[in-house]
Design a protein around this ligand. Structure first.
Ligand SMILES: [Zn+2]
Length: 368
């Protein structure tokens, strides 16, 4: 059985030609993904402060999420992938909650919505499912507006790394405060129910699981094991601190062989990193997946490279890449084999619209 992304690749096989640095290669498909939904919601004036970030709106204003998805869908003219928004909802076993309570500083952040918002575990997971249903609602609306390809849109159910839920920046260091004997088992137990909640959602369009912003090897392996156990297709997207290392300092090239062994991991990506590192990282992944019997999609959706000042809790002015610069790099990513491209934090629908135009202009056959 083929996964939804490969199914699309097969359908479009003959239609795409990308020029690859002078060599010619056939590439069937280029999709656009966005993870900048939180940035966009903030720009629209919604308050996303607090440990749940934009997921808070799942509780307070779900319609805002549907509208934000629609804002993206309307600007993208090649096949988009819609990201559901759930990564900051999570639950921990009672034992863990006690542990965090003893470390007061991280309590409210770590136990997330079930304490801060008074949700039961069951209600919290229902919210995760709802995030997919909201994405579906936006897609249905998009179809009603006359887009005849809306049925082909794939929903990517987002599963952020454990560190992202801690709200202490550890997704960019990989330094997790896990005391359990087996980090692997802990992380697996943490991620699997969230994936199950995404898969349980009522929907008409296909879904894949997007494991995102993962900074360390053990977590990558744990997420991969979840995909295989649940027999659901998904990609693993890593967060890197330079052009060769994960944020944890481990080598990206050491991880790729593990991903190739997984039956259900169908894509290797990098996201929420400085865009200047993307091309070199894609080359590293390419050199390892080329010639392998298993086809792997290459995925890249970095942030805008903006620097964060931990002291003032603000972005440092002038450090953000412009849409034009970002898009020039995006062209390079496609030329270096990326089949799914897009933007993460600090990108917005304008960024995605600019990339989308570029893809249509430079790779006209990628048009639907
Ligand atoms: Zn991001």
């Amino acid at each position: 059985m083929s996964d939804p992304l490969s199914k699309l690749l097969e359908q479009k096989k003959k239609n795409f030609l990308l020029l690859d640095g002078g060599k010619t290669c056939f590439c069937s498909f280029c999709a656009i993904v966005w993870q900048g939904l939180a940035t966009h919601l903030e720009e629209k004036g919604f308050d996303i402060s607090g440990s749940l970030w934009a997921s808070k709106l799942l509780l307070t204003n779900p319609d805002a999420i549907v509208q934000a998805h629609l804002d993206y869908l309307r600007v993208v003219h090649i096949k988009p992938i819609v990201e559901a928004l759930q990564k900051f909802f999570f639950f921990l076993p009672q034992k863990r909650i006690k542990y965090f309570q003893s470390k007061k500083k991280t309590l409210q952040l770590c136990v997330g919505c079930n304490i801060k918002f008074g949700l039961s575990e069951k209600e919290g997971y229902a919210k995760i499912s709802e995030s997919v249903e909201l994405a579906q609602k936006a897609i249905d609306h998009f179809g009603k507006e006359g887009n005849k390809h809306s049925k082909e849109v794939i929903i990517a159910g987002s599963v952020g790394c454990y560190g992202a839920t801690l709200h202490d920046g550890s997704e960019y260091t990989g330094i997790y405060d896990i005391t359990e004997e087996s980090k692997f088992d802990f992380l697996k137990a943490f991620h699997k129910p969230r994936m199950q909640a995404l898969l349980r959602a009522k929907r008409g369009n296909d879904i894949v699981i997007a494991c995102e912003t993962v900074p360390l090897q053990i977590e990558i392996l744990a997420m991969c094991a979840c995909l295989d156990e649940l027999q659901c297709y998904g990609w693993i997207s890593m967060c890197c601190r330079n052009d060769s290392e994960l944020c944890s300092g481990e080598k990206l090239c050491d991880v790729v062989p593990y991903l190739l062994k997984s039956q259900y991991c169908i894509g290797i990506g990098i996201n929420c990193l400085d865009p200047v590192y993307v091309t070199a990282l894609l080359d590293t992944i390419q050199s390892q997946i080329r010639g392998q019997p298993k086809r792997m999609l290459l995925i890249a959706y970095p942030n805008k490279g903006e620097k964060w000042d931990d002291q003032t809790r603000q972005w440092i002015p002038g450090t953000k890449m412009s849409d034009a610069e970002f898009t020039l790099l995006a062209k390079e990513w496609v030329q270096h084999g990326a089949q799914i491209i897009g933007g993460c934090c600090r990108t917005n629908p304008q960024t995605i619209a600019t990339i989308s135009k570029l893809v249509r202009h430079h790779f006209p056959l990628a048009k639907l």
